[in-house]
Write a protein that binds this ligand. Sequence first.
Ligand SMILES: [Zn+2]
Length: 209
Amino acid sequence: MAAEDGTGDVTDQQIDQQIAVLNNTFAGNEDSNAADTSFTFSLAGVDRFYNDTWHRDGASKKYRKQTREGGANALNIWLVDFNYLGIAQFPWDYTQSPGTDGVRVHVGSLPGGSIQNFNLGETATHEVGHWLGLYHTFQGGCTALNDEVADTPAQSSPTDGCPAGRDSCSLPGLDPIHNYMDYSYDSCYTQFTLGQSGRMDDMWAAYRG
Ligand SMILES: [Zn+2]
């Protein structure tokens, strides 16, 4: 997955497609049961930096502090090549660490990117879910509290692929393998729930509004 030094640029078209994926997924357009959240995204600008260290997420806190733009309500997405699909900063950390707020997303996860099964742009949807205060659906494992959202059934561990009918906890409900906050393939992801949508609204009001 590692790109050669000096490569890894993404096209303007890929960036536009990524914004479209964010809007499509947060609008609940991938499943009739998906929540239509209140969140929409528009591109405020693109900055390109030609720095191999930053490209590999090196000196990460430093480059984020140096390049971040806007206030608590501004979603900064840094496109990098690292050993993760993505990493997000939670909203409750903004007050303490405003300079690093945002999400880091692997360049290969953008629509048309290089990472097989994870190149429809839904890594960004997952990371922005964290940025808006959501936990993984497997947070807390097989416990009633789980991810602190009532309408996402508990699951014991991350999902790999798209295993229909997976039921990893004895608590009610099948595993939410189609939920953007699991680890399923992009093609398997179809929804946020109403409970997650409400939690994101609450988090926005508390930390970003
Ligand atoms: Zn995650």
